[in-house]
Design a protein around this ligand. Structure first.
Ligand SMILES: *[C@@H]1O[C@H](CO)[C@@H](O)[C@H](O)[C@H]1NC(C)=O
Ligand SMILES: *[C@@H]1O[C@H](CO)[C@@H](O)[C@H](O)[C@H]1NC(C)=O
Length: 398
């Protein structure tokens, strides 16, 4: 009897976790399905722990991800070390082969919704190691304070402090980096931070060394409209659903669930900030083919109190799409990846459009069979394809 019940429960659980609907266009569904099931088990555990009042959702997730971290080990091609830049921990990857000239430098910012992840995660360690070797570049992979322990602007400020430290002539010289060939790159919330610090840097008179390129991999770029078409379509996209993305956004600013609730309803931007909505207006910024049958609706105004308490969500340092054209015009050469099956797709598409409108050189790769997380997804052919495109662009432009 006990065994039958156990068997039944197992079958139900397996069926529940294995059945994750994926869009038809997505290749290698089994590889993705397996990982998606693990992510779902993790998020369900974290939700359960939170429901019971045992632990904050993100803290459980952080604990689960600790097991995917690896030590900084050098290999035959790359020397790996850890140090601090302006008291921010970083992992540095330096190619071992001799170089007659100073190398490129790439400053990498990991993703994880401002709450999760680190440079030590196996996926990021592998990516940085590979990039350093293939690009013959010094890669600095930075850490930063994470929510819920730290909220905005801590993440932004940590990354900016670390980057500013790197961009000093004597520091670049120490690592053999050519000051004329430094770029930033990041994925997801790391793409958000990459875009934000790149904007900050062009307005900072104290930093003489400027960036040559920015590479943004499915970046999050705005928290004002959570009903852009990709958010509306994305309730079942693999890896990152609309509700999880809204949770990440609101957690970036506060653990107060009032903000999360308002953002889920798309009723969080107060009347007095409604002029900012023009910068994230998908009706005017999204190419026709992505609008499909979606009808644009101005978001319902939210309470002023919420925005006064958590002004971060309408701050350009959190939402790089809110920058005005004068800032955007000065941005360096830009590379942007967007994926079709990604809630963040339209953020990237709108940024491409706004940058092109002011004459910034943008290389845009839209991945028709791509989804959020595909770029650094172990063992996936699609991931290899995306990384190789990215590498070719960096070889040519950095
Ligand atoms: C080192 O580089 C060589 C040549 O690119 C490659 O075949 C080898 O697999 C690399 N080693 C590691 C540990 O990545
Ligand atoms: C967005 O753009 C559409 C048409 O391009 C316009 O009708 C609408 O008023 C705009 N909304 C905002 C909030 O800017």
């Amino acid at each position: 009897m006990g065994r039958t019940i156990f068997l039944l429960i197992s079958v139900v659980l397996v069926a529940y976790y294995v059945y994750i609907p994926l869009p038809d266009a997505i290749e290698e569904p089994w590889t993705i399905g397996r990982k998606a099931a693990i992510v779902k088990i993790g998020t369900d555990l974290a939700s359960f722990g939170e429901l019971l009042g045992i632990s904050h959702f993100m803290e459980t997730m952080q604990l689960l991800m600790k097991f995917q971290e690896v030590p900084p080990t050098s290999d035959e091609n790359v020397t790996v070390m850890e140090t601090n830049f302006n008291s921010i921990p970083v992992r540095i990857y330096i190619p071992k082969r001799k170089s007659m000239t100073r190398r490129r430098g790439l400053f990498y910012i990991h993703g994880g919704g401002w709450c999760l992840g680190s440079a030590a995660l196996l996926t990021y360690d592998t990516l940085s190691r590979w990039t350093a070797h293939k690009l013959d570049a010094v890669v600095v992979s930075t850490d930063y304070g994470l929510a819920p322990k730290h909220h905005f602007p801590r993440q932004f400020e940590d990354v900016y402090r670390s980057l500013r430290w790197f961009l000093q002539e004597d520091v670049l010289e120490k690592y053999g980096v050519d000051p004329k060939r430094v770029g930033v790159s990041g994925d997801s919330s790391g793409g958000n931070l990459a875009a934000a610090v790149t904007q900050q840097l062009i307005q900072d008179p104290d930093v003489k060394i400027k960036l040559k390129v920015q590479a943004l991999i499915y970046p999050a770029l705005q928290a004002l409209d959570t009903n852009v078409p990709s958010y509306q379509e994305g309730s079942h996209f693999p890896m990152l659903t609309r509700s999880l993305m809204v949770r990440f956004w609101s957690e970036y600013f506060t653990t107060d669930q009032g903000l999360e609730k308002a953002m889920l309803l798309n009723e969080h931007v107060p009347m007095e900030s409604s002029h900012l909505l023009q910068f994230v207006n998908w009706s005017s910024l999204l190419p026709e083919r992505y609008k499909k049958s979606h009808i644009y609706k101005n978001p319902t105004p939210g309470s002023s109190e919420l925005a006064q308490k958590y002004p971060g969500f309408i701050d350009v340092k959190a939402c790089p799409l809110l920058a005005n054209d004068n800032i955007l015009r000065q941005l360096p050469l830009t590379y942007i990846i967007t994926c079709q099956y990604d809630v963040l797709r339209d953020d990237g598409l709108m940024y491409v459009k706004r940058l092109q409108n002011v004459g910034v050189h943008v290389t845009h790769h839209h991945i028709e069979d791509g989804f959020h997380g595909a770029f650094a997804f172990p063992g996936l052919r699609l991931s290899e394809r995306m990384q190789n495109q990215y590498l070719s662009w960096l070889i040519k432009n950095l």
